[in-house]
Design a protein around this ligand. Structure first.
Ligand code: MG
Length: 186
């Protein structure tokens, strides 16, 4: 059985690739359509190459984790140089109390693959939910401020974390750990 154990890089659109304001003269201001509604969007054409380089250098797979869902592949990715990516069905409605609606679908999707998650809207309850979910192994949420969106600093944090996964493998630790330490019971 060939199970895909590559780490994942989860991408949000609003507040991450589409912050509140353009951050430089090279940014694009466009209109993009999702579910028949058109929104103004600002995008940095450098984000695609940055993220592709991150994925290539760390052996990770980029996936969308955005309410734009499939529209991210049509309306956002091509404008910043990203190819079509897998889409986590975060609009599935598989919610849980107090956590962001995206979090349960993300937990269901990752299937114990390590992941970094660029998002602007996650809180402590989401971390606790993920840490205590059987389908979730190691993860790192990178909190992106929605005013400025994704910056090189965030990509560097992701690269460092993903690279540390490699180090732990080389040290003889399996990529997928069995059993969990710690609980929320205390
Ligand atoms: Mg967001």
């Amino acid at each position: 059985m060939t199970e895909d154990l590559r780490p994942l890089i989860l991408l949000d659109v609003d507040g991450v690739l589409n912050p509140w304001h353009k951050q430089g003269p090279h940014w694009l201001s466009v209109k993009a359509t999702c579910d028949g509604v058109t929104y103004p969007v600002v995008l940095n054409p450098e984000h695609g190459p940055m993220l592709l380089q991150l994925a290539q250098e760390t052996g990770a797979e980029l996936v969308w984790a955005t309410t734009w869902a499939e529209a991210a592949n049509q309306e956002i990715g091509p404008l910043i140089g990203l190819p079509e990516l897998p889409v986590i069905p975060v609009n599935s409605g598989a919610g849980a109390p107090r956590v962001h609606p995206k979090t349960p679908p993300v937990a269901a999707y990752v299937n114990r693959r390590p992941f970094v998650w660029f998002d602007d809207d996650l809180e402590r309850a989401d971390r606790i939910y993920l840490k205590t979910h059987d389908n979730v192994d190691r993860f790192r949420i990178i909190d992106v401020g929605p005013r400025k969106g994704l910056r090189a600093l965030h990509v560097e944090q992701a690269a460092a974390w993903l690279t540390s996964l490699d180090d732990s493998q080389e040290a003889g630790r399996p990529l997928i750990r069995r059993g969990k330490t710690g609980s929320t019971g205390g």
